[in-house]
Design a binder for this molecule. Structure first.
Ligand code: KG4
Length: 333
């Protein structure tokens, strides 16, 4: 079964064709980062316009690279929540047009479930249940993946997402947007113990997280140094900051594994590309003997292959939509 996937929830326009939820036949991602970088963040109106300009050509190319025509696909899967509403609606409207023209079903896919499904593409033998840590620019979630379509949230960030925290601290350090990967590069070889930064602690659910205190502490440290005319050790700050985020994510993930009794842990989302976080999780898996799944960097960030993969499982579960499908800026899993 071949599913055409469409992703337009933020600043990446992406179209892909995936076979049986596991095999990528084509996957194209057009990143708009250049268009937003000068503003230091994503401008929703620009994002929507870029999606409109790009999506049709990208779709033709994705079909061509998969060596199929529209009639050969079995369904059109589209990311419909959460995300920037104008951006989502471009992908949804395009998916409706395609589905109507080719008389194919539409499969709505929750964007976060798509991130989880990136693991099915990277690891064809992987099956639920497992715990998934999904960390991106908009969300930081500990998920109980009970089955392909049944996913519940065990813990979440109460304030900033981890990726947002990376990007805001990077901006104050004068690094380009989005700053996660620049902090990653800068942290290499830095003294991770030089700056003591606070880990967020939340009352109540021990699987919840907080990153706004860490963000504020890091930014204050930079501003205080500037005011005193002192030089900051940028590499050490990047390393200390990343270590603090990583510890926070790892401790929650390990607790979720312990509580669930599962033996498998998956990572997902753009922040899962971080080299320090990947190394810490790998060491923990070796020490504690659980199975760790980390998708390659190309599948961590937003892409449409993950939407098509999850679309396959949703379709098999009978989850299709009509031409009245709407987009939603926020939606619980
Ligand atoms: O999943 P994603 O591509 O988009 C969504 O937010 O849905 O994630 C983007 C986030 C950004 O905050 C970006 O700075 C962060 O992932 N990111 C990283 C790295 N690469 C991307 N954060 C830390 N280290 C990285 N290597």
């Amino acid at each position: 079964m071949k599913i055409l996937g469409i992703e337009s929830s933020c600043d990446e326009t992406a179209v892909a064709v995936v076979k049986n939820g596991r095999e990528i036949l084509s996957s194209l991602v057009y990143s708009q980062i250049d268009k937003h970088a000068i503003y230091g963040g994503v401008v929703p109106e620009i994002a929507s316009r870029c999606h409109v300009e790009t999506i049709s050509g990208l779709c033709s190319k994705a079909l061509e690279e998969a060596r199929i025509i529209l009639e050969d696909i079995d369904a059109v899967a589209v990311s419909y929540a959460p995300g920037l509403i104008g951006a989502l609606l471009v992908g949804i409207s395009f998916a409706k047009g395609l589905a109507y023209a080719a008389d194919k079903p539409i499969v709505p896919v929750h964007h976060i479930k798509g991130h989880v499904a990136a693991n099915y593409l990277a690891f064809p033998e992987l099956e639920p249940p497992f715990i998934c840590l999904s960390v991106s620019g908009g969300n930081s979630l500990i998920l109980d993946v009970k089955d392909y379509t049944e996913i519940t949230t065990l813990g979440a960030s109460c304030d900033d997402a981890a990726g947002e925290c990376f990007d805001k601290v990077a901006r104050v350090m004068g690094l380009p947007y989005p700053g996660g990967r620049y902090i990653d590069e800068l942290s290499q070889g830095g003294d991770e113990n030089k700056y003591k930064l606070p880990q967020g602690h939340i009352e109540g659910n021990p699987l919840d997280m907080s990153f706004s205190g860490l963000k504020t502490a890091s930014i204050n440290l930079i501003h205080n140094a500037e005011q005193k005319g002192e030089e900051i050790d940028r590499s050490a700050l990047a390393a200390s900051f990343t270590k603090t985020v990583s510890e926070s994510l790892l401790s929650r993930s390990l607790l979720a594994l312990e509580q669930s009794g599962y033996k498998k842990l998956c990572l997902a989302g753009g922040v899962a590309a971080n080299s320090r976080i990947r190394a810490d999780f790998k060491n923990a898996a070796e020490e504690r003997g659980f199975e760790l799944f980390m998708p390659p960097l190309s599948l961590c960030g937003d892409n449409a292959a993950m939407i098509a993969a999850q679309g396959y499982f949703e379709f098999m579960a009978g989850n299709t939509a009509g031409l009245d499908l709407n987009g939603y800026a926020s939606m619980e899993l």
